[in-house]
Design a protein around this ligand. Structure first.
Ligand SMILES: Nc1ncnc2c1ncn2[C@@H]1O[C@H](COP(=O)(O)OP(=O)(O)OP(=O)(O)O)[C@@H](O)[C@H]1O
Ligand SMILES: [Mg+2]
Length: 266
């Protein structure tokens, strides 16, 4: 990751309000190619709202966004997926009644080859099941026993793993993960972190929203600190300590943009 590169994804002064609630209030974000950008902040700081704007789940009321330097307007989630951005939402967007394979391919089902697929629009179920199995195995979620199991019968952590597997399987440029390990056990969290690092190795850029500071400090290249609907600071695990990041999050300390030092809030 080199800072001289142009950002792959950028948000400038995003604003989103819900009635009288200002969820984000001029939020900026820069994601550089091949980096893991952690986004941290208190509850209600506007992290999820910001990434919903970046993934087309919500439309911002103000500000602008660019992908590879080109202005983007996402009206629905499909727009961002078509542009190469995969998102795992904090409130998981899975279809509980469908099985794991169907969930993985939701919205991008694979049709059978030839006349059956083209004319009769028949789905390549066995092909999708095999691919789903490969993805879940690659993720190392060995606790899922049957790929034909309905997602509603999975545990919370297993559901989360299915969502992460889906994002990893289809993300072309950017993968956004909103609290992907919140419901996971220690071993599964470790596997998801490893997966995130392997995605970075594949050249993908990752936004990781997390409240887990040790995890953030383990994998992040840079840490975006969100406070009161805005970016309060960007630091790195090398430049600052966990305590300092938490102090900026809570407003106890403020980052001096010029010399990157922390000081008291006036
Ligand atoms: N659909 C909505 N309707 C009304 N208010 C909303 C809606 N979505 C978010 N908000 C409000 O916007 C603010 C930011 O919420 P958001 O979910 O982005 O925070 P967050 O940083 O992701 O918090 P957390 O760490 O708890 O996930 C909060 O005050 C929240 O109550
Ligand atoms: Mg959130």
């Amino acid at each position: 990751m080199s800072k001289s590169k142009a950002p792959v994804l950028e948000a400038k002064s995003l604003v989103k309000t819900y009635g009288r609630v200002i969820a984000i209030d001029g939020a900026d974000l820069q994601l550089f190619p091949g980096e893991i950008l952690a986004v941290v902040g208190d509850n209600g700081a506007g992290k999820s709202t910001m990434i919903k704007c970046l993934s087309g789940a919500e439309m911002p009321d103000g500000g602008s966004m660019e992908l590879d330097g080109v202005p983007i307007t996402f009206k629905r989630q499909k727009d961002s997926r078509d542009a190469g951005i995969e998102t795992v939402y904090q409130t998981l967007a899975v279809s509980p009644a469908l099985d794991i394979a169907a969930n993985l391919f939701l919205g991008r089902e694979v049709r059978k080859k030839g006349v059956l697929g083209v004319l009769f629009r028949m789905l390549d179920n066995s092909g999708m099941r095999k691919r789903a199995k490969d993805e879940i195995t690659a993720l190392g979620i060995g606790t899922i026993q049957n790929i034909s199991q309905a997602v509603e019968t999975l545990s919370g952590g297993q559901r989360q793993a299915v969502s992460v597997a889906r994002a990893a399987a289809f993300g072309q440029k950017v993968i956004i993960l909103d609290e992907p390990t919140a419901a996971l056990g220690v071993k599964e969290s470790g596997q998801v972190l490893k997966l995130i690092q392997s995605l970075r190795q594949r050249g993908l850029s990752i936004i990781l929203i997390s409240h887990n500071m040790p995890q953030v400090f383990e994998v992040a290249d840079r840490i975006h600190i969100q406070r009161l609907g805005k970016r309060a600071a960007v630091v790195t695990p090398k430049s600052h300590t966990m305590n300092e990041v938490v102090a900026v999050m809570t407003g106890a300390l403020k980052l001096d943009v010029k010399d990157q030092t922390l000081g008291p809030v006036n």
